[in-house]
Design a binder for this molecule. Structure first.
Ligand SMILES: Nc1ncnc2c1ncn2[C@@H]1O[C@H](COP(=O)(O)OP(=O)(O)O)[C@@H](O)[C@H]1O
Ligand SMILES: [Mg+2]
Length: 317
């Protein structure tokens, strides 16, 4: 980073626009989904995608990877996937008579983990630890993961048989949860026409370098959040905790992530300070997967409704 020029906020916004346009060439998705992934990338978070098969999850991850010229890896969650299959392993080099580390797929910049809930709890926790710590320890040696590092993990919302649902403490590690949903009829028809010409993702050229992404990440950390905005975030968290439909409300970590995400959104809008608007726009994607609802309130969109109500009830500044 020392060699790159300092990133200004206008550069972050321009980079965001290039990425949105490029990803949009290959993936039909509502703007919010692409925005949420972009926010997670720039705020150094990770993304949980909850969706049905065949809606473009893989296409989205690959499109982002190509757009930023990133190394990309995919891991399929299965019951017999071992932690070493994810993080890597020490192998013995006969010639040099010593162990050397063979890095696993988690050392790529963008790592798609399909059906994370099919991996065993031990493998899930190994993966989530690297997401959090951004390093891997194997046989007392510590290895830093790549930078930037973005995990996009998927789970199928309807198919729970033979899965190990992620515990709340692990869901908390994902900055945002998004769902692509089905494209509009018009978009879907366009997609069918475009696909006749082959895989759109393969046509994408990078629109920035990894170093530019790092520069943008650094610029995001310089975005200001006022005392009042911090209190606003806390008031929203408190609302979720006080809600009768909720057994476990948003944690302080959730608040940290919401504020960080809001700063990324501000930078993407060329602003040097985050606003309640940023917080409001991101609250459902950042908070809803962290809430544990009371059994009688459980429903597909129950948690999103709780977050929307909290945002609606807390007076903005
Ligand atoms: N929203 C979408 N935008 C663009 N292409 C899509 C979309 N949904 C599905 N596709 C196309 O359909 C196929 C399956 O999509 P894929 O990304 O592999 O789905 P998933 O990973 O969600 O199962 C791919 O060829 C992909 O390009
Ligand atoms: Mg897929």
């Amino acid at each position: 980073m020392a060699t790159s020029p300092r990133f200004e906020l206008a550069d972050v916004a321009a980079l965001g626009n290039r990425l949105r346009a490029n990803v949009g060439r290959a993936v039909k998705a509502v703007d919010e989904v692409v925005q949420d992934v972009l926010v997670a990338l720039l705020a150094e978070g990770h993304v949980l995608v909850e969706d049905h098969p065949g809606v473009g999850k893989t296409a989205l991850a690959r499109a982002f990877a190509r757009s930023i010229d990133a190394e990309y890896a995919r891991i399929q969650g299965t019951a017999d996937l071992l932690p070493a299959d994810v993080v890597g392993t020490s192998i013995f080099n006969q010639r040099e008579a010593r162990f050397e580390f063979r890095p696993g797929p988690v050392f790529a910049n963008i790592v798609l983990v399909d059906e994370i809930n099919r991996a065993s709890p031990k493998t899930q926790s190994g993966l989530l630890e690297c997401m959090q710590e951004r390093r891997v320890t194997v046989d007392v040696h510590t290895h830093e993961v790549a930078r930037p590092f973005l995990v996009i993990a998927t789970q199928n919302p309807l198919d729970y048989e033979g899965t190990y649902p992620l515990p709340e403490a692990q869901l908390d590690r994902f900055m945002v949860r998004v769902s692509l949903g089905y494209p509009s009829a018009e978009q879907e028809a366009d997609m069918l026409a475009e696909h006749a010409a082959g895989d759109r993702v393969l046509d994408l050229a990078p629109v920035c370098s990894l170093n530019e992404v790092l520069g943008a990440q650094e610029a995001v950390t310089r975005v200001h959040a006022s005392e009042a905005l911090r209190r606003y975030v806390v008031a929203i968290l408190e609302r979720t905790r006080a809600d009768e439909r909720v057994e476990l409300g948003a944690s302080p970590r959730a608040g940290l992530m919401l504020l960080r995400a809001a700063k990324a959104a501000a930078a993407l809008d060329s602003r040097d300070h985050a606003l309640p608007d940023d917080v409001q726009a991101l609250a459902p994607a950042v908070l809803s997967h962290r809430l544990l609802l009371a059994p009688e309130a459980m429903s597909a969109n129950g948690a999103v409704a709780v977050v929307r109500d909290a945002v609606a009830r807390v007076p903005a500044l």
